[in-house]
Design a protein around this ligand. Structure first.
Ligand code: A2P
Length: 337
C-alpha cells in the first residue's frame, strides 16, 4: 500500500505540455491533497514558471534524482520518457500514473478508467496506465450498455481534435488556418497533410493489418479494460480541424434487445456521463461545449434501423481532461482513497 498521509508529494512529468498543464490545473481544481508539487519537463523548459493553486512553481529538468521523496508521479511526456523514467520512479517508491502508450498492454500493469474498472487500480508503488483518449470516452459510454445488454460488437469512427497531438498540433492548425485564409503557402510539419479545412483518416502509424496504431489501441485497450477478449471493436480514427474535444460515432450491437427509453435513462444515471439529446431543439453533444468540461457527453441515441439488437449514438469529451489529465488524477484519487 502507498503510505496513507494527509498530503502527498506529487510530480508532473511533461508539465509544460498540453496534457501536463491540464493535470496541474485539475490537481488544484479537485483539491488533490498536495504537500509539494514538482513540475518537470525537458531542459528546454527548465526555469519556466507555471501557476498552481495561486502560486508559482518553477519547472525543473527531468533527471535521475527527480523522484526522491515523491509519492505520486503523473507522466505525460511521451512513451520513450516513460520507458526510461517510470521504472526509476517506481524504484524510488512512487505510484506512477502513466499517460503514454508505453505500458498499457503489459499484462501486470493495470489499465484503468475509474468509472469502468476501479477494482484494477494498484495501491502499492508501481505503474498504472492511463488509456488512450479515444478509448477512455468510448468505454465510459459503453460500460452501462455492456452491464445491462452485453455488447457483442462496436463499430466506431472518431473525429479527433489536434490537441491530441499536443501543443505542436494546436500550433499547426492555428498557423495553417491563418495562412489558408490569407492565401499564403501552407506548411505541414506535424501531420503528413494539411489539417486546416481537411480530415485525415490517419492517426499514429500504419500497421501491417491496414489499421493504424491508434485504431488498434481502441481494440486492445477496450478488451483489456472490460476483461473480455470477445468484445469486438471495429475502428476508424480520423483527425479533424478542431482544437479541443474528440467526437465519436458509435454503432453498438448487443446480445440482449435494447429498450431505447430505458437505455437513455441508464446512460443519464451513469457516472461520468451527461446525456444531451434533444434533436428537436438542435441539442446534441458538441466539441465546443465539451471543451473544459469533465463529463463524457452522449446524444443522438437511436435504434439501428437495419439491425434488431443495435443502437447508434454520438459521444464527445474533452480529450485533454477526461481523455487524459482528469482520468489520471481520478486514478491518483483511487490510489490514495
Ligand atoms: P518541453 O516543453 O520542455 O519540451 P506536448 O505533448 O504538448 O508536446 O508536451 C510534451 C511534454 O513532454 C512537454 O512538457 C515536454 O517538455 C515534455 N518532454 C518531451 N521530451 C522530454 C524529455 N526528453 N524529458 C522531459 N520532458 C520531455
Amino acid at each position: 500500500m502507498i503510505i496513507k498521509k494527509k498530503k502527498y508529494n506529487v510530480v508532473v512529468v511533461g508539465a509544460t505540455g498540453a496534457v501536463g498543464r491540464t493535470m496541474v490545473s485539475i490537481l488544484a481544481e479537485r483539491k488533490f491533497p498536495v504537500e509539494k508539487l514538482s513540475l518537470l519537463a525537458s531542459s528546454r523548459s527548465a526555469g519556466q514558471k507555471l501557476s498552481f493553486d495561486g502560486r508559482e512553481v518553477t519547472v525543473a529538468e527531468l533527471g535521475e534524482g527527480s523522484f526522491d521523496g515523491i509519492d505520486i508521479a503523473l507522466f505525460s511526456a511521451g512513451a520513450s520518457v516513460s520507458r526510461q523514467y517510470a521504472p526509476k520512479a517506481v524504484q524510488a517508491g512512487c505510484v506512477v500514473v502513466d499517460n503514454s502508450s508505453a505500458f498499457r498492454m503489459e499484462k501486470d500493469i493495470p489499465l484503468v478508467v475509474p468509472e469502468v474498472n476501479p477494482h484494477a487500480v494498484r495501491k502499492a508503488p508501481g505503474i498504472i496506465a492511463n488509456p488512450n483518449c479515444s478509448t477512455i470516452q468510448m468505454v465510459v459510454a459503453l460500460k452501462p450498455i455492456h452491464d445491462r445488454y452485453r455488447i457483442k460488437r462496436v463499430i466506431v469512427s472518431t473525429y479527433q481534435s489536434v490537441s491530441g497531438t499536443g501543443q505542436k498540433g494546436i500550433a499547426e492548425l492555428a498557423q495553417q488556418s491563418q495562412d489558408f485564409l490569407s492565401k499564403k503557402t501552407i506548411k505541414n510539419e506535424v501531420y503528413p497533410h494539411q489539417i486546416a479545412f481537411n480530415c485525415l483518416p490517419h492517426i499514429d502509424t500504419f500497421l501491417d493489418n491496414g489499421y493504424t496504431k491508434e485504431e488498434m489501441k481502441m481494440v486492445n485497450e477496450t478488451q483489456k479494460i472490460f476483461e473480455d477478449d470477445t468484445l469486438a471493436v471495429s475502428p476508424t480514427t480520423v483527425r479533424v480541424p478542431v482544437f479541443y474535444s474528440h467526437s465519436e460515432s458509435l454503432n453498438v450491437e448487443t446480445e440482449n434487445p435494447i429498450n431505447i427509453g430505458e437505455l437513455k435513462k441508464l446512460l443519464a444515471q451513469s457516472p461520468g456521463i451527461c446525456v444531451v439529446d434533444s434533436p428537436e431543439n438542435d441539442e446534441y453533444p458538441l466539441a465546443i461545449h465539451a471543451a473544459g468540461r469533465d463529463e463524457v457527453m452522449v446524444g443522438r441515441i437511436r435504434l439501428d434501423l437495419t439491425h434488431p439488437k443495435a443502437v447508434n449514438f454520438w459521444v464527445v469529451a474533452d480529450n485533454l481532461r477526461k481523455g487524459a489529465a482528469l482520468n489520471a488524477v481520478q486514478i491518483a484519487e483511487l490510489v490514495i482513497s
